[in-house]
Design a protein. Structure first.
Length: 118
């Protein structure tokens, strides 16, 4: 069984920085991409950022471009989300996800709360 475990969330002031991380544990695990999603209270879960291991391509939601950076280590099935200059509207539960079948994210973490104070 594979588990994705997020850590590094918390409370941060607007304009500060935070770096949540996510690692896979359990049986040997190989994904073709990993990503971050978030869900704010009363809203649907939305895409934040992803990294495709083959070639290292990254993509971002428009709302975080230029402020957030996704990186990671495929061999360790670990991914990070560097959050610079966060805004109060970035407050949400952040979920890590991994895709082992094409672009389908079929493994999910339990989420980590990120709260940005103004």
């Amino acid at each position: 069984q594979v588990q994705l475990v997020e850590s590094g969330g918390g409370l941060v002031q607007a304009g500060g920085s935070l770096r949540p991380s996510c690692s896979a544990s359990g049986r040997p695990f190989s994904s073709n991409r990993m990503g971050w999603f978030r869900q704010a209270p009363g809203k649907e879960r939305e895409f934040v950022a992803a990294i495709v291991w083959s070639g290292g391509r990254t993509n971002y939601a428009d709302s975080v471009k230029g402020r957030f950076t996704i990186s990671g280590d495929n061999a360790k099935s670990t991914v990070y989300l560097q959050m610079n200059s966060p805004k109060p509207e970035d407050t949400a539960v952040y979920y890590c996800a991994a895709a082992t079948i094409l672009t389908l994210y079929n493994y999910w973490g339990q989420g980590t709360q990120v709260t940005v104070s103004s």
